[in-house]
Structure formats: structure tokens, C-alpha cells
Design a protein around this ligand. Structure first.
Ligand code: IPE
Ligand code: IPE
Ligand code: MG
Ligand code: MG
Ligand code: MG
Length: 342
């Protein structure tokens, strides 16, 4: 997180950025003080473990920077921001079980380091902990009620998206619109909700909350398409997850669906077979599928789609009634995200 933010600070000349760095160091300090030092340790240690691996912490930043569009007392939004990050980490813990993923943030996933039962139960506890932070830290009863309403909706949607994602592994009728709806649910709504929740806590207008939500949906779609690109084309040394994991799991990503459409009949059949027959040698499968993706020029096509959603996102941010100066932090963070490699 700190490297990520330092990079933003170094690469921009915006005086407001100083506030971003202050925001971040005080939020990081807040996070470090949440120790989850309870018994049984088998339940809480994996929670400390996954949180200690950090990650980009983009979602809590979105809460805080959205709040900051309207209000200055950023600390008021720390518990809300942390609730969203704890929820995100809970989804990762369970997602890694579902995706049989060995690596997360460059370290063994919880279910590989400990075991599957630990991943399930520590994940469950994290979901409850997220509610604790919302209920006891996010302000008056009216605000909390509003936040929980948004949070409940998004939490259900993420489950729906995750189930579609798993269903699609074995479904050969998946369309590109169905894929886009799946990633809207599993990923985009949480970024959107983070932004909406920051604005709700700052008592923003309905119209602004809506525009921030739509900004988040489009950033989220862009973000997940990029995640899918990195999963195949990322650098194994820095990516922090297993490169090629989506190919091994037969994930019906845009890379796969669009390649299937664009390749000639012979190559399309080859690609189809790779996703429908058992292959013993995983690495061999990754190389072969990657070659077919390259033949379809898919990295460029997916990047174009990613950028199109980014452009739409920025239109929604432009429509929010806060000054350009107040929007600079949000713009900087989102720009940085677009060229991420992890
Ligand atoms: C990973 O999210 C899950 C997706 C929605 C792609 P991030 O890429 O934000 O993961 P961390 O929190 O930075 O590790
Ligand atoms: C995960 O999508 C989305 C959620 C965790 C809800 P992915 O399965 O693509 O995320 P990574 O690549 O494992 O981080
Ligand atoms: Mg997944
Ligand atoms: Mg996954
Ligand atoms: Mg992924």
C-alpha cells in the first residue's frame, strides 16, 4: 500500500496530495491498531495473517476519498473504510478456496497455509467483524442504518457474482454480456458501494451518491477486466497470485470469450477443447492457451475495453458536485490503478 501511494505522491505535483499521504498514514495506523488478539488463536490468527499481507487497500481508500469530497474529518470514516476492507478480505479468503488458488499477495493462501476449514470459519468471523465496525463506528443510528442497507445489498450481490463465476466454469453458453454482468456483481458493486458509503457518511446529496456509485461500477468493471488480463499476462515475479490460474480453472473471462469469437474455426476449436477436456500438464495448457490468446490479439482488445469503462467512469466523477481540487486525490488513485501490475 505504501509503495503504491508513495508512487502517486512522487508522480504528481498536486499540493493536495500531502493530505492524501496524511490520510493514508493515519488510516494505516488505525488498521495496525486493530489487532484481533482474541482466542481461540486458530480462528483469529489467519485474520491477522491475511490483513497483514496488506494489498492495495483500494476499497477503504475509495470510502475515505469519497467522504473527503464533502467533509474534512476523515477519521470519522475509518471504521466504515475498515469494515469494507475486512469484508473484501473475507471474500478473498473464500474466493481462494473456491478457485483452488495457492498464492495471495505473494504469500500462501489461508487454506494452503492452514487448512480449508480454517479458511471457511475465519472468513465467516471476518464477515461478522465487518458488521461490528459498521455498527459501532460509523456514526448515528440513521447513518448506520443507511450504510448497512447498502452493505447488505452489495454483500448479497458479491455472492451472486461469485456463484455465476463458478457456474460459468462448466457452462459453454456464456456470452460476453453475461460475463460483464458476472464481474459487475462479483467485483464492481463493492467498489461502487465503497464510494457510495463514503458519500452517505458525509451526508452527500442523493444525486452525488448515485454518480459516485456509477463511477465505481465503471471503475470496477475496468478493474476486473484488468485483473483478468494480469492473471494471464502478468509478471509472476510481482503479480502475487498464480499467473495462469484463470486458465487452469477454465474461467470464462473476456479474454476467453472474445478469443473464441475472433479466432478461426480451427483455433477456436482448439481453445474450446482446452477448456473442456482434462489436461494433466497445467503449465503446458497455460502456454498453449496463451498462444491462442495472442493469435486473437486479445491483450490489446481487452485493454481497449478496460479503457472504455475507465472513460465512462470519469464522466460520472465529473458530474459529482464537488470542486476539481477535492476530486484530485480520487482521480490520482484511480489513474494509478489503471496502470497497476499487482
Ligand atoms: C482482488 O482485489 C479481487 C478482485 C476483485 C480482482 P484486489 O486486486 O483489490 O486485491 P488486494 O486487496 O489489492 O490484494
Ligand atoms: C474475485 O475475483 C472477486 C471476489 C473475491 C469477490 P477473482 O477470483 O478474479 O479474484 P482474484 O484474481 O482471485 O484476486
Ligand atoms: Mg474467483
Ligand atoms: Mg480468485
Ligand atoms: Mg482474478
Amino acid at each position: 500500500l505504501l509503495t503504491f501511494v508513495r508512487h502517486i505522491i512522487v508522480t504528481s505535483n498536486i499540493t493536495f496530495m500531502q493530505t492524501l499521504s496524511q490520510t493514508l498514514s493515519s488510516f494505516s495506523e488505525y488498521v495496525e491498531n486493530q489487532t484481533f488478539d482474541h482466542t481461540p488463536k486458530e480462528l483469529y490468527e489467519p485474520i491477522r495473517y491475511i490483513l497483514s499481507l496488506g494489498g492495495k487497500r483500494i476499497r477503504p481508500l475509495l470510502v475515505l476519498l469519497s467522504y473527503q469530497l464533502f467533509e474534512d474529518e476523515i477519521e470519522n470514516a475509518f471504521p466504515t473504510a475498515f469494515a469494507v476492507e475486512v469484508f473484501h478480505n473475507f471474500t478473498l479468503m473464500h474466493d481462494d478456496i473456491m478457485d483452488a488458488a495457492p498464492l495471495r499477495r505473494g504469500k500462501p493462501t489461508v487454506h494452503t497455509k492452514y487448512n480449508v476449514n480454517t479458511g471457511i470459519l475465519s472468513g465467516d468471523a471476518m464477515l461478522i467483524l465487518a458488521y461490528d465496525y459498521l455498527v459501532s463506528g460509523s456514526g448515528d443510528a440513521k447513518t448506520v442504518t443507511k450504510l448497512i442497507k447498502v452493505f447488505n445489498k452489495v454483500a448479497k450481490e458479491v455472492c451472486e457474482g461469485q456463484q455465476f463465476d463458478i457456474n460459468f466454469e462448466k457452462d459453454n453458453q456464456v456470452t460476453i454480456p453475461a460475463y460483464l454482468e458476472m464481474i459487475r456483481l462479483k467485483t464492481a458493486v463493492l467498489l461502487a458501494a465503497a464510494l457510495a458509503m463514503g458519500a452517505i457518511q458525509a451526508n452527500a446529496d442523493e444525486k452525488d451518491i448515485e454518480n459516485l456509485y456509477d463511477f465505481g461500477i465503471n471503475i470496477g468493471l475496468s478493474f476486473q477486466i484488468q485483473d483478468d488480463i494480469l492473471d494471464t499476462f502478468g509478471d509472476a515475479a510481482t503479480f502475487g497470485k498464480k499467473v495462469g490460474g484463470d486458465i487452469i480453472q477454465n474461467k470464462k473471462t473476456y479474454l476467453y470469450l472474445k478469443s473464441l469469437q475472433d479466432l478461426d474455426k480451427k483455433d477456436a476449436t482448439l481453445l474450446f477443447d482446452f477448456y473442456n477436456k482434462d489436461f494433466k500438464d497445467e503449465e503446458e495448457k497455460i502456454v498453449a492457451v496463451k498462444n491462442l490468446f495472442d493469435k486473437a490479439n486479445i491483450k490489446q482488445k481487452a485493454t481497449q475495453l478496460q479503457e472504455a469503462y475507465y472513460q465512462t467512469a470519469m464522466q460520472h466523477l465529473a458530474a459529482v458536485s464537488a470542486s476539481d481540487d477535492r476530486k484530485k486525490n480520487l482521480t490520482a488513485i484511480v489513474n494509478e490503478l489503471m496502470s497497476r501490475s499487482v
